[in-house]
Design a protein around this ligand. Structure first.
Ligand code: BG6
Length: 336
């Protein structure tokens, strides 16, 4: 029996898990790890195809934007409004597309913990949901041209076994002139559930040393490059001249990333989030990461919409929580 995706609209065959010889008269090409079969009954402008590593990928090409989202980790790897000359998200050319590894760049989803798991140091950094396949629940293109992709997790018995007891995640990505990402966590258990989460967004920049981040003046941050020391953000504009690895806590503020080299500002508004993370690996950490090119660090900055540290969310039984990030582009003078 093949796993079903999106009711009866099409069937998705995962060759790695399901030997599909019985279902096909000819075997799949040797490098084809996943096979998209049957009908592509998706709206015009949205396709389900094979991406890097043979992984299933939702590709969007509408009047408003182009985008790519992998079912692995529900990972958005690309978004570019048609009105804009370059991609908004950064992807490492060294990213792995391998089972058990996260994708480097785009928007990884961190859940149910952020960073290392203090109680289980051997557990994967940033949780488990960026490492496994999500289920595509639906896709549509709205009247104004916005493509909406919906996914859910856990998707299979394996991820269900590794999930915190009776939790369900829903992820809605809205792709148009703006990008909206909404992660909903539902606690289906009889006990309260506490978790951390992040939409770990990598933005492409002309040169991280030339950009400025606004919106966090007066906020307190945990400086992970200084043993977790807490500091106050004094400067209104954050500039980067060494590795920043900062968790700004108790802040719902909208961030603005000004990039004169690319002639744009990126605005990140958020709902249901009290933590913002600012990160760039700089020189030494880039070299230490096997899935990050040594010379790539100037071209990216992570501005992450999160709930971490003291902003971890506690959900009572039968409750849900949604965290949303809305990314939009502005010109340097403020116009879109
Ligand atoms: C950031 C963390 O969010 O993610 C950093 O604050 C970490 O400490 C970075 O290095 C990347 O993490 P990973 O697991 O994707 O290499």
């Amino acid at each position: 029996m093949l796993p079903r995706l999106m009711s009866s609209e099409y069937t998705y065959q995962i060759a790695a898990v399901n030997p599909i010889g019985a279902a096909r008269s000819t075997p799949p090409p040797p490098l084809l790890r996943y096979t998209v079969a049957m009908k592509y009954d998706l709206p015009s402008g949205v396709t389900l195809d094979e991406g890097r590593g043979g992984w299933p990928r939702v590709s969007v090409a509408t009047d408003l934007c182009t985008a790519e989202l992998y079912l692995h980790g529900a990972h958005l790897c690309h978004w570019q409004p048609r009105s804009h000359p370059r991609p908004v998200l950064w992807m490492s050319r060294a990213s792995r597309f391998e089972t058990g590894a996260p994708i480097r760049g785009g928007v990884p989803i961190c859940f149910p913990w952020f960073g290392p798991n203090a109680a289980a140091p051997e557990a994967p950094v940033h949780g488990i949901v960026r490492l496994g396949e999500w289920t595509l629940e639906g896709a549509e293109v709205e009247r104004d041209g916005t493509a909406v992709i919906r996914l859910s997790w856990p998707s299979d018995a394996g991820s269900r076994a590794s999930a915190p007891a009776e939790v369900a995640l829903a992820y809605e990505v809205r792709l148009g002139d703006a990008l909206s990402m909404a992660l909903t966590v539902a606690n289906l258990a009889a006990a309260a559930l506490t978790f951390e989460e992040a939409l770990h967004t990598y933005f492409a920049v002309s040169d991280v040393r030339q950009v400025g981040v606004e919106g966090l003046a007066g906020a307190i941050f945990v400086d992970k490059t200084d043993g977790g020391t807490r500091k106050a953000q004094d400067d209104a504009v954050i500039t980067i001249s060494r590795e920043p690895d900062r968790l700004y806590v108790n802040t719902p503020a909208t961030l603005t990333l000004t990039d004169p080299g690319f002639g744009r500002r990126i605005r990140v508004a958020k709902m249901g989030s009290l933590t913002s993370v600012v990160w760039n690996p700089w020189i030494a950490k880039s070299r230490a990461m096997s899935d990050f090119g040594d010379d790539e660090w100037p071209g990216m900055i992570c501005l992450e919409t999160a709930n971490a540290a003291e902003n971890a969310v506690t959900l009572p039984p039968a409750a849900g929580h949604t965290m949303t990030a809305v990314v939009s582009l502005l010109g340097l003078s403020g116009s879109s």
